[in-house]
Design a protein around this ligand. Sequence first.
Ligand SMILES: Cc1cc2nc3c(=O)[nH]c(=O)nc-3n(C[C@H](O)[C@H](O)[C@H](O)COP(=O)(O)O)c2cc1C
Length: 147
Amino acid sequence: MSSFQIIIGSMLGGTEYVAEACQETLTQLGHEVTLHFSPKLEDIPHENQTWLICTSTHGAGDYPDNLVPFVDQLTASTIDLTTTNYAVIGVGDSSYDTFCFAAKRIDKLLESKGCKNKIPLKTFDMQEEIDPEDEAQTWLFVNKDHL
Ligand SMILES: Cc1cc2nc3c(=O)[nH]c(=O)nc-3n(C[C@H](O)[C@H](O)[C@H](O)COP(=O)(O)O)c2cc1C
């Protein structure tokens, strides 16, 4: 069993549903899960934790407003994140050149801070007719042995 901190970046709420679907699946798999809708670095346990970042992209490749404080804190931080595992889900729209850019940026930031990637970045393109909640649950289930 692992302990998950789901860190959400969302402007319009869609990615929150994806995060809640992930919580449901991870709980069913026997993990402990906490959701962070307004993430602040100091509130989020990191030692021997798995961080699952679920974020959309807004503006022209920008982070959702609610994720900006966390990203700024993480960028400036010198805390030891070598026991922190992570995975990233990006929700975006491929009609933008900056498709899922926020997810791609935070994926690189976490790696640069010494966090260990557990599953490669997963992106969902809302241009396609997909059910991202259902697909995120399947993705977690398929990768359950890596979590
Ligand atoms: C003003 C605006 C700008 C956007 N910019 C991007 C972008 O640069 N890249 C991208 O992949 N998606 C972009 N999107 C698409 C959103 O990421 C997508 O609609 C997503 O589902 C929103 O999720 P949320 O409801 O959790 O915020 C943009 C959407 C809006 C409304």
